[in-house]
Design a protein around this ligand. Structure first.
Ligand SMILES: Cc1ncc(COP(=O)(O)O)c(C=O)c1O
Length: 369
């Protein structure tokens, strides 16, 4: 029975690499997989994953009081904000929130139909708009991969349910001026949703949150996946504007979002500790440096990002897919072609610094670099 007349899901970005991987495996016994941002490092804090009470109960959709307090304490300690526990709501990792937010904002403001997002960015911002039946309108990024809000057409701003920003950014590592963007959102009556899941990884700037200059009209979205190597526990939170928080919290309760209790316990421990994050930061910095050297030796222009743990490299072949193929077939190195992150990224590739130094070094030597 084929009843599909409407939306047909496009291939998932990383599934588009499958055929190339099969081909690459014919000439390389082992591949160096730098395509997905999944840490290779063990989580050092895992909480009480066998806690009977946490497993037996349905979790509170907003997150437990201790979870919300731990998240608020961490953000306040880390960025100097003064948010309270009741300004925090838990999420099941942050991707579900990113991809689901537009449909809930659309329910709240049915007269609006547009989601604004950075032209070079994590694909789920645009996909969330599509899944909500909205227009996904890409906003230009500048030479430093920062979103240029001055380029937004006022007609699009009027129709916008939200503007996404991501600092430090995936894939290009740009660090935006969040205070300026929050001002733009307030002036244009567009909620600014700031995805801050890479906040722990800035290389020469202090960590930034959109909440530093007040919570009105803005939400910060956080995740433990990157900071604490927790992607499998699916735990994060959002915080900010009281009215948005109330609306989203209630709607998401009806929709059945309940962050697992054991994940919340692990997160409480992880929020209280910075030493594991400091160690992780050092690892990423060393790996990024080595990867930049490796790419440089292969003739690709690679500069250190301002933040995040990805290297965003201009393809010496012109097209990002051509360089992706060359790296996989000639060197056994798997990267993501830049068009995964929007057409504006099509002449780039992204390398995730998620493999140990020794593994990168071995591939670098095998390439004769
Ligand atoms: C920019 C950005 N936002 C959100 C996510 C989702 O992360 P998670 O759902 O694990 O919190 C990712 C994952 O790679 C990301 O790169």
């Amino acid at each position: 029975m084929n009843q599909t007349q409407g939306f047909v899901p496009p291939p998932y970005p990383h599934d588009r690499l499958k055929d190339l991987l099969v081909e690459a495996r014919q000439s390389h016994a082992k591949l160096l997989d730098l395509s997905i941002g999944v840490p290779c490092d063990r989580p050092t804090i895992t909480g009480d994953l066998h806690n009977d009470e946490a497993i037996r109960r349905y979790p509170n959709s907003f997150g437990t009081e201790p979870f919300r307090q731990a998240a608020a304490n961490w953000l306040n300690r880390y960025t100097g904000t003064t948010i309270e526990a009741d300004q925090v709501r838990a999420t099941v990792g942050s991707k579900e929130f990113v991809a689901g937010l537009p449909q809930y904002l659309k329910l709240r403001s049915p007269q609006k139909d547009t989601v604004l997002y950075p032209a070079v960015s994590y694909p789920s911002y645009a996909m969330g708009a599509t899944l909500a039946g909205c227009r996904a309108v890409a906003v230009r990024t500048d030479a430093n991969w920062r979103i240029d809000v001055s380029s937004i057409d006022p007609k699009d701003a009027k129709r916008a349910l939200c503007l996404w920003v991501n600092t430090p950014g995936n894939p290009a590592g740009g660090v935006d001026n969040l205070a300026e963007i929050a001002d733009w959102g307030r002036a244009n009556n567009v909620p600014v949703i700031s995805d801050e899941c890479y906040i722990a990884f800035t290389w020469d700037k202090s960590p930034q949150t959109i909440l530093s200059n007040g919570t009105e009209g803005v939400l910060a979205v956080h995740s433990l996946s990157k900071r604490s190597n927790f992607p499998g526990l699916r735990i994060g939170f959002y915080a900010g504007d009281a009215e948005l928080l109330d609306y989203l919290g209630e709607v998401r309760k009806h929709a059945g979002f309940m962050p697992p209790g054991v994940s919340q316990l692990a997160a409480i421990e992880a929020f209280a500790d910075e030493s594991h994050v400091d160690e992780q930061r050092q690892k990423y910095q060393q790996r990024l440096t080595l990867l930049a050297e490796y790419m440089g030796a292969l003739g690709a222009e690679a500069t250190m990002p301002e933040g995040g743990f990805y290297l965003w490299v201009k393809s010496p072949e012109g097209d990002g897919w051509d360089f992706t193929r060359k790296l996989a077939l000639e060197h056994g190195v798997v990267v993501s072609p830049g068009d995964f992150y929007g057409d504006a990224g099509k002449n780039y590739v992204r390398l995730a610094a998620v493999q140990p130094l020794e593994a990168v070094d071995a591939f670098k030597k095998a390439s004769g670099c």
